[in-house]
Design a protein around this ligand. Structure first.
Ligand code: URA
Length: 246
């Protein structure tokens, strides 16, 4: 039987319901598809916490963080460490950011309501068994700097998976792997690998999002490929299946 994400435990659901109000900054966010909160284990079993920037179209559709192209690259990074389940992912922002992660975005991220709510979430996700925090991109690294508890963990400051210069991005990921391999215990069923990245992503570096990270009943092709795109200038999203079932 396929394992699906059962949804957030009550304490998390409660915190999610009490999310901060982004309306004062609504010009900077795509709020029509609602907030996207997390992906992975919120049951205290996460050994690694992943922090990203903001949800894009695939995340809007799947209702989970980091499931599209960027997420599948992060999944490949986790699989090199032998992780197939013991991680939890959150973003800097609950809604898709319009435009660049600029000075204004940094100010929004550090606004008291946004910062305090996110710090509480991180405190809830972190446990004594947290072995590392992976901060992908400058926004995520700011999140670490704004999180008082952040200095209690080993933090890997990583280039965002969507960065344009792929060769530089993969060099950065390669540099961080040895220290992470020393700290992170592989999952049962995971196969850690000692291979490094080349100068571009190979198909095997991009790993499918497991059903256990997705809500019950999504189609089989969900979690692979880049399937959703925004209609230019609109809130509509076109979502194309990559293959029929059966
Ligand atoms: N999708 C996310 O959820 N976060 C990112 O940082 C990028 C894509």
């Amino acid at each position: 039987m396929l394992e699906w994400d059962p949804g957030p435990p009550p304490a998390f659901a409660n915190h999610f319901e009490n999310r901060p109000n982004y309306t004062p900054w609504k010009k900077r966010f795509r709020m029509a598809w609602g907030p996207i909160f997390y992906r992975g284990r919120l049951d205290g079993s996460a050994k690694v916490i992943v922090i990203g920037q903001d949800p894009a179209t695939d995340e809007d559709v799947a209702r989970r963080t980091l499931v599209g192209d960027a997420g599948q690259k992060v999944q490949g990074f986790l699989s090199k460490l032998g992780l197939v389940r013991s991680y939890a992912m959150v973003n800097t922002f609950l809604y898709g950011l319009k435009g660049q992660a600029d000075t204004e975005a940094r100010q929004i991220s550090s606004a008291p309501a946004i910062k305090a709510w996110r710090n509480t979430l991180l405190d809830m996700v972190a446990t004594p068994q947290t072995q590392a925090v992976l901060a992908f991109g400058a926004s995520a690294q700011q999140v670490i700097d704004l999180w008082p508890n952040g200095h209690n963990f080993f933090v890997a400051r990583l280039t965002h998976p969507s960065a344009r210069d792929t060769a530089a991005l993969l060099q950065n990921w390669n540099q961080s792997l040895p220290a992470l391999r020393q700290r992170v215990t592989p999952d049962a069923g995971g196969t850690p690998s000692n291979t490094t990245y080349g100068t571009s992503f190979k198909p095997s570096d991009i790993v499918r999002i497991p059903a256990r990270d997705l809500p019950f009943g999504v189609p089989q092709w969900r979690g692979s490929g880049d399937t959703a795109a925004r209609t230019k200038g609109k809130d509509a999203i076109t979502w194309m299946p990559t293959a029929a079932e059966g």
